[in-house]
Write a protein that binds this ligand. Structure first.
Ligand code: DON
Length: 589
C-alpha cells in the first residue's frame, strides 16, 4: 500500500515563507521531519524485506534465492559460492529479469587481501553487428528491432563468468552450488506480483515465440496469475546437465551450439564463433570519495558507477550538513548534479576497449568542483531540449541485484540482467533459457533514445565485439578500511540515481537502512528535462518550491522505477534490506 506519511506542516510553512528559490534557511535539526516512504509494508512484509544478523547478511530480489544463498553458506560454502548459487537461482525465480541468456557485473571484496575484484560478464555485440544494423534505408531507426526478437540479442556472458569465479575463488563443488536452482525450476516458482505483472505486460511478445509461450503462458494463452506455480522443466534439465558436467568447456560449447542454432533458424546476427570467442574481463574498480567514505563502484562499460561517483563528488562540494533529507534544497542539488552527470555520460561513456573514456578527468575533485559551480542554487537550469509533456521512460521489471557481506570483511555485489522484461522474448528451443535484448543498450543512432530514454552518441555506437554501455552500478562503501554499505539496483538509467540517493540517505542523513531504501526517490537524466519524483514525493511546500523554480515535474508511483538491495554494518552487526517495492528478501545468521 502506498500512502503519504503524516507530515507536520508548520515547519514547512515557516520554511517557504522566508524567501523564494532554493537558497533558504533550513529547518532546524529538532524539526527534522519523519522520512516519507514510497512504500509502507505490514510488519510481516517488512520482516521479509529486512533482516538483522551477526555474521553474514544477504539481500536478493528473490525470496527463495535468498534462502538458497544462505543454505550454501550454512553448508560451508564461501561468499563466492553463495553468489554463484544466487546467480543461478535468481534466473529461475526471476526469469523475466536475468539468467543464463544474459550477463552482468560483479564486485568481490576479498577480505584476505582487501582487494576488490571486478568482473565484467556483460553481453557483447555479435561480430556481424554494426552501427547501421538497426537503421532503415532512410536512416531512421527500425522500431523495436533492438528490443524484441533475435536481432536484439547480444552475446551472453553468464556461464563463462560463473566458471571464472568458481575457478578463482569457489570452495564447494559447482554441482552442489547449481543444484538448488535446478530444484527450484522443477518444483516451480510461486508467482509473485512482479512476475505476474511482467508476464501480463509481455504476453503478446511471449505468445509470438512457441517455446516462450509454452513456458510462460497457459495453453489457452492466458498469463500465469498470482499464486500459481510456474514450473520451468526445460530450464531444470539444462541446469542439471550443466551442473553435472561442472560447467566443463565441452558442455558450455554444446549449450552455445543450441543458442547459435536458434539464432541461425531465426536469421539472427549471433554465431557460434561469437559465443565461443566470448571472454569475461577483470577490471580495476572505479574509485571515488564522499566525506571520509571510500566509494568503490563499477567502471565502464558501465556508466552507472560513474553516475554514483560523480554525483557524490559534486554534492561533496556542498557539504549537505545544513540540509535535511527530502527537502527542496537537497532535491534541487541532487537533480542538478544528475543533469550534469547524464550530459557527460552521453558524451564520453562507452566500452573502454573501443574508445578512450577520460575517467580520471571526469572523476577528479577539480572537475567536480567546476561542475558544482555550474549549478544555480536558486533555479532549475533547463536542459538543452525541453520536453515537459513527455511521460517517464517505461517501467521495466527486469534486471536484478544482490548484495552480501560477512564478518570477515568479504563483500559481493552483483547486478545481472537480460535487459528488458523477458529480454528478446525468445526462449532457446529445448533449453528453457530466455535470451537477452542487450543490443538496445547501444545507441542505435546518435541522439535517438533507447528504451530507458537514454541518448548517446558515437561513444556508444554499435561495433562488432563491443559492449553496450550499461547503467548498472554495484557499489561498495568503505570507511576506515571496513565495508559499511554495499548496494545496487535494477532500473536502467535510474540505477545510478537510486544507488546515490540510498547511499546519501544512509551515510549523510543517517536514516536506518530500511528508511534509506524505502524513502521516495527522484531522478533527472538531463534529457528529457523532467524531474521524476516517486509518489508521494516531498512535502507539499517543498514540491511547490521545486515547481516554482522551474522544474517540469512528473510525480507518479512509478516515476523512478528501481529497486535497491542493500546490506550494511550497523550497531548490532549487519542489516540487509531488499527493496520493499518488490518481492525479494534478506536473511543472515
Ligand atoms: O545495463 C543496463 O543498464 C540495462 N540493461 C539494465 C536494465 C534494467 O535495469 C532494467 N530494469 N528495470
Amino acid at each position: 500500500m502506498k500512502m503519504r506519511a503524516s507530515f507536520g506542516l508548520i515547519p514547512f510553512i515557516l520554511f517557504v515563507s522566508c524567501s523564494s528559490g532554493f537558497n533558504k534557511p533550513q529547518t532546524k535539526s529538532d524539526m527534522i521531519p519523519p522520512v516519507i516512504r514510497a512504500v509502507e509494508q505490514t510488519p510481516d512484509q517488512r520482516a521479509v524485506s529486512e533482516a538483522h544478523a551477526q555474521h553474514v547478511i544477504i539481500s536478493t530480489q528473490g525470496r527463495v534465492t535468498t534462502q538458497i544463498a544462505k543454505g550454501i553458506l550454512q553448508r560451508g560454502g564461501n561468499l563466492v559460492d553463495a553468489a554463484i548459487a544466487a546467480s543461478f537461482a535468481i534466473g529461475v525465480e526471476r526469469p523475466h529479469s536475468t539468467g543464463i541468456g544474459g550477463g552482468g557485473f560483479m564486485l568481490f571484496r576479498d577480505a584476505a587481501t582487501g582487494k576488490v575484484h571486478v568482473l565484467d560478464f556483460r553481453e557483447r555485440a555479435p561480430s556481424r553487428a554494426n552501427a547501421e544494423v538497426f537503421l532503415r534505408k532512410d536512416g531512421s531507426v527500425t522500431p523495436l528491432a533492438s528490443v524484441e526478437g533475435i536481432r536484439s540479442v547480444a552475446v551472453p556472458g553468464f556461464l563463462k563468468a560463473m566458471v571464472e569465479l568458481h575457478r578463482k575463488f569457489g570452495k564447494l563443488p559447482l554441482e552442489e552450488v547449481i543444484e538448488p536452482a535446478a530444484n527450484l525450476a522443477d518444483s516451480g516458482v510461486k508467482v509473485y506480483p512482479d512476475l505476474a505483472e511482467a508476464i501480463s505486460e509481455k504476453r503478446d511478445l511471449l505468445a509470438r515465440f512457441p517455446e516462450s509461450r509454452k513456458i510462460f503462458l497457459h495453453k489457452d494463452g492466458t498469463p500465469y496469475q498470482l499464486g500459481e506455480k510456474l514450473v520451468q522443466r526445460d530450464l531444470a534439465r539444462t541446469l542439471r546437465w550443466l551442473a553435472r558436467a561442472s560447467l566443463d568447456e565441452w558442455v558450455i560449447s554444446e549449450f552455445n551450439e543450441k543458442i547459435a542454432g536458434e539464432s541461425i533458424r531465426r536469421k539472427g546476427l549471433l554465431t557460434m564463433s561469437d559465443l565461443s570467442r566470448y571472454s569475461t574481463r577483470w577490471l580495476d574498480p572505479l574509485l571515488g570519495g564522499y566525506k571520509d567514505y571510500q566509494i568503490i563502484s563499477m567502471p565502464p562499460p558501465s556508466g552507472g558507477g560513474f553516475q554514483v561517483v560523480e554525483t557524490l563528488n559534486i554534492l561533496d562540494h556542498f557539504g549537505l550538513s545544513d540540509m535535511t533529507a527530502q527537502s527542496a534544497p537537497f532535491l534541487h542539488l541532487f537533480a542538478s548534479a544528475s543533469q550534469l552527470v547524464f550530459a557527460d555520460r552521453s558524451q564520453y561513456l562507452g566500452d573502454p576497449a573501443f574508445i578512450r573514456v577520460p575517467m580520471k578527468d571526469l572523476t577528479s575533485k577539480g572537475y567536480s568542483l567546476e561542475q558544482s559551480q555550474r549549478i544555480d542554487l536558486n533555479h532549475h537550469t533547463p536542459s538543452d531540449v525541453v520536453n515537459p509533456g513527455r511521460p517517464t521512460a517505461r517501467e521495466s521489471t527486469s534486471t536484478t541485484h544482490f548484495s552480501m557481506m560477512d564478518d570477515q570483511g568479504n563483500v559481493i555485489v552483483s547486478t545481472q540482467t537480460i535487459n528488458g522484461s523477458f529480454g528478446s522474448g525468445i526462449v532457446v528451443r529445448g533449453l528453457g533459457v530466455v535470451l537477452n535484448d542487450e543490443m538496445d543498450d547501444f545507441s542505435a543512432k546518435p541522439g535517438v533514445e533507447n528504451m530507458y530514454g537514454a541518448v548517446g552518441g558515437d561513444a556508444n555506437s554499435i561495433a562488432p565485439g563491443k559492449t553496450p554501455l550499461s547503467s548498472m552500478a554495484p557499489t561498495i562503501v568503505i570507511q576506515n578500511n571496513k565495508p559499511v554499505l554495499a548496494l545496487g539496483a535494477p532500473g536502467g538509467t535510474r540505477i545510478g540515481s537510486c544507488v546515490a540517493e540510498v547511499a546519501l540517505n544512509f551515510l549523510q542523513f543517517k536514516m536506518s537502512l530500511y528508511d534509506a531504501v524505502s524513502a521516495f526517490r527522484i531522478h533527472h537524466q538531463w534529457k528529457p528535462d523532467i524531474l521524476n519524483i516517486e509518489a508521494p514525493g516531498p512535502s507539499a511546500a517543498a514540491f511547490e518550491v521545486l515547481r516554482k523554480d522551474g522544474y517540469a515535474i512528473n510525480l507518479a508511483p512509478k516515476a523512478v522505477p528501481c529497486r535497491v538491495m542493500a546490506v550494511a554494518r550497523d550497531s548490532g552487526g549487519f542489516v540487509g534490506v531488499s527493496d520493499p517495492r518488490d518481492d525479494g528478501a534478506s536473511a543472515g545468521f
